[in-house]
Design a protein around this ligand. Structure first.
Ligand code: MSP
Length: 518
């Protein structure tokens, strides 16, 4: 049994959950479900990132205390994931007392090691923004937002001497090519570490006179911790660091999931922080691309945020999560539109999968009194379906290790296709008209019931409610409780003859796209 601790980024409480957050959270949930079924020891973490300027500003704009504001949005994230059946072993908030303790602990370690020093910083400060501006914040020498000239200011701050770890980090990346994956992001991190990238030591403090919504530095009460240094430590705190039993074992198998927007903090700051604190590095950094909506970037001003709850209400959450997992190649960008969603649901779920389930169970009701029939000896066609199940189960195991969820789903749907094709070839609706072919009909329906059990087991991490329904209809309700993937999805003959089956309604009725919907 291996340990799998799966993390999502902790989301800022300045926006409501949308398709982007939902994707990473669904991937985490799918991986967790898969590894639980594979018998691994799984610990799954998500949560919210609540400190810093950004949150203080939106709370002030809403006329609320940042704590009250953060409570509200954090609860919204938590309840959304709960309502969607995305379950986590820990929902961590950066305002939780154990997180605050973990951050102060790391700060003390790194400070004691001599990796934090106090420096004077000189820069262009905008009073409207209450912060130092970067090149990108300015147009023609004026603050982009306030259209006024920033003033030159000097401020003393604490800096994390992260650059001293760049060589060790570069060597680690060279040595373990899939540590940051897919490869394009590994190469991006290597480029960040090159001297000409301009990446310097990290300013990790903010004077309280300027911002007090943060975690106090344990070695200087006049300062709070910079929000990224604070937030990254959630991954340790959520596992029980520094003093809860078992955190080390969990930390040993940490798989971080993020999108490309936060590659630098996770690919550079975080490993340097871990090295400075003498802690082992994470297992993998898994980086996915961005969802665009109707080919445009998601933004509040465009109002194209795509609410997961609305998608659930309109199409069912399994259909939405199936689309997310099937239509994004992990690592690359992808585009969402309701038209693409409906096309995908109709083609894969209503036609392919839905038809196989309804044809098999309707004919089992009609020709076999609604129970899994006793088969005759299997022939080459039956052996072909069994082989397809074996191949699907093995390929899913390989693809899940590589985080190629869309490829895992393709493999499962090859089994669905093979079974549909087998059913067409055997055509039991015709054979049933000839009494001497009764044995063939029984064998055919028996084979399809076995295939449905394999399909149900394999689909379970991806579309859990649908999979449970398929297993229930085929009389394999308890299969999930004791199943071990991938082996159990290959086990043929596990639904015994005589087991009652149930027809039920269409799993996914075909959807007509309303005009103006897309
Ligand atoms: N609070 C930081 C993360 C700290 S982790 C120690 C943050 N929060 S965020 O709310 O902006 O979330 C960013 C993450 O949300 C992305 O990395 C990704 O997981 C998800 N997504 C948000 N928008 C997205 C898309 N449009 N597409 C895909 N995922 C994106 O950054």
């Amino acid at each position: 049994m291996s340990a799998w601790s799966i993390t999502t980024p902790i989301y800022y409480v300045n926006a409501e959950p949308h398709i982007g957050h939902t994707y990473t959270t669904v991937v985490a949930d799918t991986l967790a479900r898969y590894h639980r079924l594979a018998g691994d020891d799984v610990f799954c973490v998500t949560g919210t990132d609540e400190h810093g300027d950004k949150i203080a500003e939106v709370a002030a704009a809403a006329g609320e205390d940042p704590r009250v504001f953060a409570d509200r949005i954090s609860n919204l994230f938590r309840s959304t994931w709960q309502e969607l059946g995305l379950s986590f072993d820990r929902f961590i908030r950066t305002t939780d007392p154990d997180h605050v303790r973990a951050v102060q602990h790391v700060l003390e370690l790194v400070h004691a090691k001599g990796d934090i020093d106090f420096r004077e910083y000189r820069g262009l400060y905008c009073v409207g923004c209450e912060r130092f501006l970067t090149e990108r914040d300015m147009v023609d020498g004026l603050c982009r937002d306030h259209e006024r000239a920033p003033e030159e200011r000097t401020e003393s701050n604490y800096f994390f001497r992260m650059t001293r770890y760049f060589d060790a980090l570069g060597e680690k990346i060279e040595r373990e090519p899939d540590w940051i994956r897919p490869a394009r992001y590994r190469n991006e991190v290597l480029a960040m570490l090159r001297e000409d990238s301009g990446l310097e030591d990290l300013c990790i403090s903010r004077p309280k006179t300027r911002l007090d919504w943060g975690i106090e530095l344990p070695f200087d009460p006049d300062y709070v911790c910079y929000v990224w240094f604070d937030a990254l430590i959630n991954y340790l705190a959520a596992l029980g660091y520094p003093d809860q039993p078992g955190w080390e074992a969990r930390w040993g198998g940490v798989e971080h999931l993020i999108a490309k927007d936060i590659l630098k903090p996770h690919g550079v700051f975080w490993p340097c922080m871990l090295m400075a604190a003498d802690l082992p590095l994470y297992q993998h950094l898994n980086v996915h691309g961005y969802w665009n909506v109707d080919d445009r970037k998601i933004s509040k001003s465009l109002g194209n945020m795509v609410s997961p709850l609305k998608m659930r209400d309109k199409y069912g959450f399994d259909a939405f999560r199936y689309f997310l997992l099937r239509d994004m190649s992990f690592g690359l960008d992808s585009s969402f539109s309701e038209e693409a969603l409906v096309t995908r649901i109709n083609a894969d779920l209503a036609n392919n999968l839905g038809n196989l389930v309804s044809r098999t169970l309707n004919m089992t009701a009609r020709f076999a009194d609604g129970v899994v029939p006793e088969p005759d000896a299997a022939g080459p066609l039956e052996a072909g379906v069994e082989a397809a199940a074996r191949e699907a189960a093995r390929e899913v195991a390989t693809r899940m290790r590589e985080l190629e969820m869309h490829r895992a789903l393709e493999a499962i749907f090859r089994l669905v296709d093979a079974t549909n094709k087998y059913l067409d070839e055997r055509a039991p609706w015709k054979a049933a008209k000839e009494p001497e072919r009764a044995g063939e009909v029984r064998t055919t329906l028996h084979t399809c019931c076995q295939a449905l059990r394999s399909i149900g087991l394999l689909l379970s991490p991806f579309v859990p409610d649908t999979a449970a329904e398929i297993l229930d209809r085929v009389g394999a309700t308890d299969a999930l409780a004791s199943a071990r993937l991938p082996d159990d999805a290959e086990r043929w003959g596990a639904v015994s003859p005589g087991t009652p089956t149930r027809k039920g309604d269409a799993l996914f009725p075909r959807i007509e796209l309303e005009t103006g919907d897309a």
